[in-house]
Design a protein around this ligand. Structure first.
Ligand code: ROI
Length: 165
């Protein structure tokens, strides 16, 4: 089993429910167990500001699925939850699932870059990740705690509702 962290984000069609549904779908994947899920966080949109705030979270799963197979499955879940890929890359979305870390592997394939390229600067990834695994060190050797300290909060806040149902 490989430990994999997945970042979740939604800012359309009842974002909290979207994240909760995605937790359930991830837990139901074959050869996969859901180990831990972060709280839900409300975050200001990164990118164009004319879109609603996001709800973000991070989950830790263990899986026997290969990186490509896992990616196919996360894209299927996005699709099932009404994600429409638009030309506008930074527009609002019902569900975004990003493979952040796949064990300690560094992957640079056509479809997948792991660790996720933007994660080190994104407060809505680093803080939920820190909540579930504060002692984490990234494959490049950087400590998550150092990245968190260097990352402004940008209005991020933990919500009282929970994603684990
Ligand atoms: N902004 C926030 N706050 N959260 C996200 O999940 C998110 N996802 C995106 C872009 C459009 C970059 N902005 C985001 O894909």
């Amino acid at each position: 089993m490989i430990e994999v962290y997945i970042g979740l984000g939604s800012n359309l069609a009842q974002p909290e429910k979207q994240i909760q549904a995605a937790y359930a779908s991830l837990a139901a994947l074959p050869d996969t167990n859901l180990i831990k899920g972060s709280s839900l966080y409300r975050s200001q949109p990164m990118g164009p500001q004319d879109q609603p705030d996001y709800v973000n979270a991070v989950v830790l799963i263990e899986t026997r699925l290969s990186p490509d197979n896992l990616l196919q499955n996360t894209q299927l879940i996005e699709h099932q939850q009404g994600r429409i890929r638009k030309a506008n890359r930074w527009g609002p979305r019902t569900l975004d699932l990003d493979v952040l870390l796949y064990g300690s592997q560094q992957i640079d394939s056509k479809h997948l870059t792991v660790p996720h390229s933007g994660m080190k600067q994104r407060e809505f990834v680093l803080y939920p990740l820190f909540e579930i695994t504060p002692e984490l060190t990234l494959p490049c050797g950087e400590k998550l705690s150092d990245l968190v300290q260097a990352c402004p909060i940008n209005g991020l806040h933990k919500m009282t509702s929970t994603a684990l149902i």
